[in-house]
Write a protein that binds this ligand. Structure first.
Ligand SMILES: [Zn+2]
Length: 270
């Protein structure tokens, strides 16, 4: 088992529940600690796009690679656009976007049936969803912001696991990592209406909050996974809010739009 490394006693990552008992699986979500980026990206920033020194971001990747034992040239980086495209990747994509050239277009979700391929997606409040079929040896990792949640990206990932890898939903374990929880995720009428028209069941998970609404993204995602046939008992939620814990995690809203970027990293060992 991998354990978070200690940098002034603060971990570089948290382990994802439901996956962390599997010996051959690394399923983590990074904190903002243990890196070298300066404020407001302090310190473990992984964004290759923000106004942040690239050399610092690469040093952060190097440190994470060293502590997890996962080489950078095994990592496959998403290119996120708040859409619902989910892509299948394999060993040929290793290093993509980091040590190697990008050969895939925009994608908010990655799936692999290959061991030793480390899926990487990026976050600053959006929801990381980890999917694992132990029987078929398939993992999926989805970046589900509110737009992608409305587009049902997690359900689309499960459908792809079924159609491409013959996964059975009853064998799939799902886990939801740290993100902006219902305590802090406020939306306006326009977004509320979009949720309810595209995903009618979401009405139960969006509550009035003064003039606005508060939405439970993990509840909505869990329901869409249950509708795909995943057993409720096999859906885990870490229940940690990136805004409430903005000293531990990067948070777009917690940092008033100025924040670094965390990653989710998911891999089956060789
Ligand atoms: Zn919160």
């Amino acid at each position: 088992m991998y354990k978070g490394c200690s940098m002034e006693n603060l971990p570089m990552w948290v382990n994802i529940p439901g996956m962390d008992r599997e010996e051959n699986i690394t399923a983590i979500f990074t904190t903002r600690h243990g890196g070298v980026s300066s404020a407001p990206y302090d310190t473990l920033n992984f964004s290759l796009h923000k106004k942040n020194k690239l050399e610092n971001v690469l040093e952060n990747f190097r440190r994470l690679s060293e502590k997890t034992g996962i080489p950078m040239d095994r990592m496959v980086l998403s290119k996120q656009v708040h859409g619902s495209t989910v892509s299948i990747v394999d060993k040929r994509h290793c290093g993509m976007g980091l040590t190697g050239e990008r050969t895939l277009g925009d994608t908010d979700g990655l799936i692999t049936g290959s061991k030793g391929v480390a899926l990487v997606t990026f976050y600053a409040d959006c929801v990381p969803v980890y999917l694992y079929d132990k029987k078929e040896g398939v993992i999926g990792l989805v970046h589900s912001g509110w737009r992608s949640t409305i587009e049902n990206i997690s359900a689309k990932a499960v459908e792809k696991m079924k159609s491409v890898f013959n996964c059975k939903p009853e064998n799939i374990t799902a886990a939801i990592g740290p993100h902006i929880n219902k305590c802090c995720f406020e939306i306006g009428d326009d977004v509320y209406r979009e949720f309810v028209s595209k995903l009618p069941f979401s009405k139960e998970m969006i509550k009035p909050s003064g003039e606005k609404w508060k939405a439970d993204l993990s509840g909505i995602i869990a329901r869409s996974l249950i509708l795909e046939g995943i057993d409720k008992c096999n859906i885990h939620d870490i229940k940690r809010c990136t805004v409430c814990e903005k000293e531990l995690f990067f948070s777009h809203r917690g940092g008033h739009g100025n924040s670094g970027t965390a990653i989710a990293l998911f891999m089956m060992a060789d």
